[in-house]
Design a protein around this ligand. Sequence first.
Ligand SMILES: *Cc1c(COP(=O)(O)O)cnc(C)c1O
Length: 383
Amino acid sequence: MKKMKDETIAVRAGNKPDTATGGVNTPIHTSTSYHYKNSSVLHYPRYNNTPNLLAVSEKIAALERTDSCLVFGSGMSAISTALLGLLSAGDHVVFQNDIYGGTRKFVETEFTRRGLSYTFVTDLTEQAFRAACKKETKIIYVESPSNPLLHIVDLAMIARLAKELGILSLADSTMASPVNQKPAELGIDVVLHSGSKYLGGHSDILCGAVCSSSAIMEKISLSAGLYGGTMDANTAYLLERSLKSLFVRVERHNNNALYIAEFLSGHKKVKSVLYPGLPSHPHHELAKAQMKAGFGGVLSFDLHSDDDSITDRFFDSLRMIEPALSFGGVESLITAPSRSSHRSLGRKELEKAGITPTLMRLSCGIEHRDDILDDITTALASI
Ligand SMILES: *Cc1c(COP(=O)(O)O)cnc(C)c1O
């Protein structure tokens, strides 16, 4: 069979049909004990080599175009294991400033006491990243699109810079999903995912993934077995099942978000819309070049108002879209980052981060786009 297309890979890759019954799906193997006498491999879930973990890992690796993938019990477990697995005391890491809040907190809480140092870079240019690198720097870590401001980082530029300096590039590609962006094809060494978002896609599983070459994975996989942030077989099955519909879902997320972003950018009560798919986005050309299928389901927007209570009134006026954390699920959700993901920051810090009290982040679900639009239009009219 010739090389499969992505949509086919999502359905077919990694599948381990039930040889006992002829069932077409990978059965859920709940065993934690496996016979070892006639096997060259010791099978145990924490070694990431049991059937459900292998099935879902092979599918994600095929989608991300990497030799290998390891799955984890959460996105944070994937990220922390990858970082600690690749670093030793004395090493330095250059991070993009507006990375996921949890990752940032991990760095600020865990790095110094382990003898690791770091620099956050706000300006996303090659010059700024290059200037932040020192001789102890071992990793450049970025996230694109970023959350909630939807900044786009030039992944090919980061990959080239890291190669030139003989260090590794890591990219959190959660917001894009492998449908919209394949960082490994742009030269990124390690691709990270919170599978709790688009990969899982139904707001019902917590999971993460790390994708890389086999050589890099050897180190990460050693740490994975020791730290033990393992995914269980039931979650692996649900993730494998969800990935089969990844392309259908993300294409709808992409289309719905672009439709809503275009509508909001023409609305008189809306001050600004942040969405990489809009020509008004400062990195639109870059986004078009590195995001192939679309720009994802998340957009942020701000209203013409100095009144902080307007977000609450707006949320109260919504009849379908739910004010709830997280994104990437089939249902549309909305948050005010100043009072959710970024609520630990003071007013000054929020301002510095570019997050106003009235900024809202909308995760467009896969409902009919006109129902999402109708809910927003009515709520905007009532405030
Ligand atoms: C949610 C998220 C994470 C953390 O993942 P969990 O599954 O919640 O541990 C990491 N990075 C990004 C970009 C995220 O959105």
